[in-house]
Structures are given as structure tokens and as C-alpha cells.
Write a protein that binds this ligand. Structure first.
Ligand code: CTP
Length: 399
């Protein structure tokens, strides 16, 4: 981040003292930092400390009291390469989401042309509150990067999620942002996500527990790095935050097969994160099956096309990334799958792992490459896992 201009917004929470550590880390790594603090923020940390660490007077009021000099939030927006709000209280997040510009930090945010990143800090009940979650979702939709709060002991004495992420982790997120921005510009990526539903009759289907969260997070992560992304999504109730992603909704494996092959025709990379049903009923009844007089029933199933294998057959120089969800002989089975489907990489989750798999918000993965290299990662949120997967793809795609 050498030479980068960062606006550090500080709002009024106990975690404001940690902003001083963050500021020091950013300066140490060569960034130029301008602090903007809310009136409440000054109750928790003094502008004198922040000015000394940043080497710049701290901006807090619209006008400097002694000289009447106007502090231009517009100029700050032009100067900055990134704005980071840490800590962001529930109130500041609410004001940002709703454009309530009653202090210098919010006017700076509203004038910001650069990327904005927010590190929330609050009590667990405030974090969980529907109002806060709504505002966070709004900020995400508006393109703001959220550095999720950590779980642990809170200032209130309670334990839970809401504690501002440690300064080192926020600095890492900033470093990652500067390294990654636009790194995949011009690259075309297709991602499959979610389950497929195979109809038995108009009201019944065979499906699976895939939530689609992992695939959606991967699509978002690619898009945030400037890639041109098509997401082929099975039936899930998820929304995309990044509006640049082209979403194609499908229901059955056959539909997913057709849509994916078509989208993949000119792609540089295809990530197969969907949990595709391997079999479908031989026929889907047009009318609802009635139970009257039927004591036993046999469903005849036929094989669905394998999307990954179809792509592997005509691979070209497209990078193919598959997923394997295994219960035993994990590494062995994953490697066999990679070979059989002619993939470049396979992401393994073990169903034995309580922090991995369907319906969870966290995942623990290993990435196995064609040459047999295995990289293991610790348990992380699905969004962080998505960043690891996209990092691995980027290393192959951009040489
Ligand atoms: N896959 C696919 N099309 C299918 C089935 C699977 O594209 N019809 C992809 C998945 O998206 C995943 C990978 O292939 O990336 C592995 O899927 P999996 O169902 O675990 O593999 P199978 O070969 O069906 O093996 P298993 O016997 O374990 O189900």
C-alpha cells in the first residue's frame, strides 16, 4: 500500500482506541492517512494522538473553529484511493446506509468516489438486530466491503459476535484490496451454484441441501476483482450484491448443463460449485401423482449429464475448478474426481468436519491441484474461503 491515500473514518465506540494501532500499521506500510473522526469518536480517542500518528491534522468539523477554513469532504473524496471506517458503530452504519449526513465522516462517505471498507464494532445484540443487518446488507449492495466483526468478549462483558476485527486483520483486508482490485479485469468466469431440483410431478422433486452460499460468494469475489462473471444458479433464495454479475436461473441438472456449456464457450475459467443431482426421474408426471389405491411406488431414475466432465472433455485452455464433498478417503476420492473429470483444481470439503459443508456459514477446505499439490486452509467464513479459492485461480490465470 506504499503511497496509497487512505481516509480513516473513526466513529464513537470503545474500539476507537484500536484505530490508533490500525493507523500505525497503515503508516508503517507506506500509506498516507487522513483521519476523519465523528464528534462522538473524540470522546474515545483524542485527535492529538491521531494527528501525531498520521502526521496530519485530524478532520472532524465542517469548519476549523479558529480560522473558519472549510474542510472539503469533496476534495478528500478525490484525494483518497480508499476510505476505511474503523470502528463503525451501529449508528454510523445506519447513517451511511441511509445518507444521513450530519457529520464530516458521513459527508466524506457520500462524496467518496473510491472504494469504501467498513469494520463494524458493537454489542452482540446490536449486531444481530434486524435494523443493523438491514443496513449492512444495504452497504454491501452499495458496494462497500464489510470486514466482519469477530466473536469474543465484548466491552459489555457479554460474549458474542460484534467485536471489531483486529487491526492486523483489517490491514490485511486493505492490503488484499489494493493487490486484487482490477486484477482479473477482462477475464471471463462462469460459476455454477446451488442445488438442482429434478421434478417427479408438478409439486414434488428430488433435491439436496445445498444453500448456494459458497458459489454465490465465489461469484461475488470474482466480480470484486474486475472479472466478467456469469452465475448459473439452481433454485436458491439468495441475492447478489454485485450488480455486474450476470445471473442465469435454472432448476434441473439438464437446464444447468445447457446454460453452463453455453456460458462457458468463451470463458477463461469455470468454477463448478453447484451440487448437481446425479440422477433424475425417468419422466416427470404432468399431473400430480395421487396416492389413492397406491400402496407401493418405484421411481425409476436415469443419469443426468455431468457438467464438469462435459467441460473437461473439451477443455482447451480453460481453467476448470470442481468441488468434492466427501465423507471418507477424502483426499484420494477428490484426486480421483479431478483426474476423471479432467479438472485443474478441486476444492475438497469433508462432510465429517463440523465447520464445513451444506447449510453452514463457515467452511474448511483443501485445494488439490492437478500436480498433486494439496493446500489446506483453516475454517473461515464462506466469503473468506471464496477469496482463498479466487486467489488460487488468479495465481493460475494471471501469470
Ligand atoms: N458436477 C457436475 N455435474 C454433475 C455432477 C457433478 O458438474 N452432474 C460437478 C460438481 O459441481 C462438482 C464436481 O462435479 O464440482 C464433483 O461432484 P460430485 O457430485 O461429488 O461428483 P460425482 O462424480 O457425482 O461423485 P459422487 O459419486 O461422489 O457423487
Amino acid at each position: 500500500m506504499k503511497g496509497k491515500h487512505i481516509v480513516l473514518g473513526i466513529s464513537g465506540g470503545i474500539a476507537a482506541y484500536k484505530a490508533a494501532y490500525l493507523l500505525r500499521l497503515l503508516i508503517k506500510r507506506g500509506a498516507e492517512v487522513q483521519v476523519v473522526i465523528t464528534p462522538n469518536g473524540k470522546e474515545f480517542i483524542t485527535p492529538a494522538t491521531l494527528a501525531a500518528l498520521s502526521g496530519k491534522p485530524v478532520v472532524s468539523e465542517f469548519f476549523a473553529a479558529n480560522t473558519g477554513e472549510w474542510h472539503s469532504h469533496v476534495d478528500l473524496g478525490i484525494w483518497a484511493d480508499l476510505m476505511v471506517v474503523a470502528p463503525a458503530t451501529a449508528s454510523t452504519i445506519g447513517k451511511m446506509a441511509n445518507g444521513i449526513a450530519d457529520n464530516m465522516l458521513i459527508t466524506t462517505y457520500l462524496s467518496a468516489k473510491e472504494q469504501v471498507m467498513v469494520a463494524p464494532a458493537m454489542d452482540l445484540d446490536m449486531w444481530r438486530h434486524p435494523s443493523t443487518q438491514r443496513n449492512i446488507a444495504t452497504l454491501r449492495r452499495d458496494g462497500v466491503i464489510i470486514v466482519e466483526p469477530a466473536s469474543g468478549e465484548l466491552a459489555s462483558g457479554l460474549t458474542g459476535k460484534g467485536r471489531m476485527e483486529e487491526p492486523e486483520r483489517i490491514a490485511e483486508a486493505i492490503e488484499r484490496y489494493f493487490n486484487n482490485v482490477e486484477s482479473l479485469k477482462g477475464r471471463r468466469v462462469v460459476v455454477t451454484a446451488g442445488p438442482t431440483y429434478e421434478n417427479i410431478d408438478p409439486v414434488r422433486f428430488i433435491g439436496n441441501y445445498s444453500s448456494g452460499k459458497m458459489g454465490f460468494a465465489i461469484a461475488e469475489e470474482f466480480a470484486s476483482r474486475g472479472a466478467d462473471v456469469t452465475l448459473v444458479a439452481g433454485p436458491v433464495s439468495l441475492n447478489l450484491e454485485n450488480e455486474s454479475v450476470r445471473r442465469i436461473n435454472v432448476t434441473s441438472a439438464r437446464e444447468m448443463h445447457t446454460a453452463t456449456l453455453e456460458a462457458a464457450a468463451d470463458a477463461d475459467c469455470v468454477v463448478l460449485a453447484a451440487a448437481v443431482a446425479d440422477y433424475a426421474p425417468e419422466r416427470s408426471e404432468e399431473r400430480k401423482i395421487k396416492r389413492e389405491g397406491v400402496e407401493e411406488m418405484t421411481l425409476r431414475l436415469v443419469r443426468n449429464p455431468d457438467i464438469a466432465a462435459s467441460l473437461g472433455k473439451e477443455k482447451g485452455d480453460r481453467l476448470l475448478v470442481g468441488f468434492a464433498l466427501e465423507t471418507d478417503h477424502e483426499l484420494d476420492n477428490a484426486h480421483k474426481k479431478l483426474e476423471k473429470k479432467n479438472l485443474d483444481m478441486i476444492v475438497l470439503n469433508s462432510l465429517r468436519d463440523p465447520e464445513a459443508g451444506f447449510m453452514k456459514d463457515t467452511n474448511r477446505i483443501s485445494i488439490i491441484s492437478r500436480d498433486g499439490e494439496v493446500k489446506e486452509y483453516p475454517a473461515k467464513s464462506k466469503r473468506e474461503v471464496a477469496a482463498d479459492i479466487v486467489d488460487a485461480v488468479t495465481a493460475r490465470l494471471v501469470r
